[in-house]
Design a protein around this ligand. Structure first.
Ligand code: ATP
Length: 271
């Protein structure tokens, strides 16, 4: 079942925040949304999450019209981790349990509890379970919220800058976990990332959004320097070292191995 966004248009007063957004995302795919500040990335995710609605457009998952569902029905299809919202007055365990309540209500089953235990172990959250979520560090909180979103077992996972507070090790582990779970469970994952390096290594396809419009929607391996430059209005160059692709901003390095920098893409280096 594909996620289809058709002719999404969103305007506030006279300002067009999203213009004619049409795209498809597929099961097993991590689709990265990248673009400058204010490009409309969060606004796009909020539409898929059903927080914002634009009646003239349609957002469907297979034959299901997501825009016709209420919040509870949406929660069984979509887990959304927003940039800023954190539940208040809840312990870590309660936040994790929230991920299962969409299915089980207040009485969690044995299987719900086992799923929580597995994720607690995987994300090493055991020492934090009784802590109030508000007292955690930004990174710890982000880990708990991602774990809770995964416990929801959605078909669509929406992550808005999910790693902004994590240290480098946790960033890599979290992105790796997101990619793994997307493939293992056949999810459609939309993730907003500011770090192009991460986007290159952990996404399958990229939507490049600028001023509310899609500039490009490409397989990640075909992202080119010229696309990055067009998107961010900065000099950018891609370099490959030992199979890994690195992005440099500013003027290209002297040791750039590719003379035709603007045509260089990252094909075959996206592992
Ligand atoms: N409800 C709203 N009313 C008016 N303007 C809004 C509203 N929501 C978003 N905007 C504006 O729309 C633009 C896009 O915002 P959005 O948060 O989607 O950008 P973004 O690409 O996620 O940016 P960032 O990378 O900075 O998080 C911004 O200029 C923002 O101020």
């Amino acid at each position: 079942m594909n996620l289809c966004i058709n002719h999404l248009h969103f305007q506030v007063k006279k300002r067009h925040l999203l213009e004619n957004i049409t795209l498809q995302a597929f099961p097993n795919e991590v689709l990265g949304l990248i673009g400058p500040n204010g490009a409309g990335k969060s606004t796009l995710l909020k539409h898929v999450a059903g927080i914002l609605r634009s009646p003239a457009s349609s957002i469907t998952l297979g034959a299901l019209d997501l825009s016709s569902l209420d919040a509870k029905a949406l929660a069984s299809h979509i887990a959304y981790l927003s940039q800023f919202n954190t539940p208040s007055h809840a312990t870590v365990l309660e936040v994790l349990e929230l991920g299962r309540r969409v299915y089980s209500g207040m009485r969690l089953s044995k299987s719900d509890k086992e799923k929580i235990e597995t994720i607690v172990e995987h994300f090493e959250l055991a020492p934090l379970l009784e802590e109030e979520i508000e007292t955690l560090s930004g990174g710890e909180r982000q880990k708990v919220l991602i774990a809770s979103a995964l416990l929801q077992e959605p078909k669509i996972l929406l992550l808005d800058e999910p790693i902004s507070h994590l240290d480098p090790k946790n960033q890599l582990e979290m992105l790796s976990a997101v990619r793994h779970v997307t493939r293992e469970k056949g999810l459609i994952t939309l993730i907003v990332l500011h770090d192009i390096q991460h986007a290159i290594h952990y996404t399958d396809a990229l939507v490049l959004l600028k001023q509310g419009k899609i500039l490009h929607h490409v397989p990640t391996k075909t992202l080119s320097e010229s696309m990055i430059q067009e998107l961010f209005d900065v000099e950018a160059s891609l370099h490959v070292k030992e199979g890994h692709t690195f992005v440099y901003y500013g003027h290209a390095h002297d040791e750039t191995p590719h003379k035709h920098a603007h045509t260089f893409t990252i094909a075959k280096n996206n592992q």
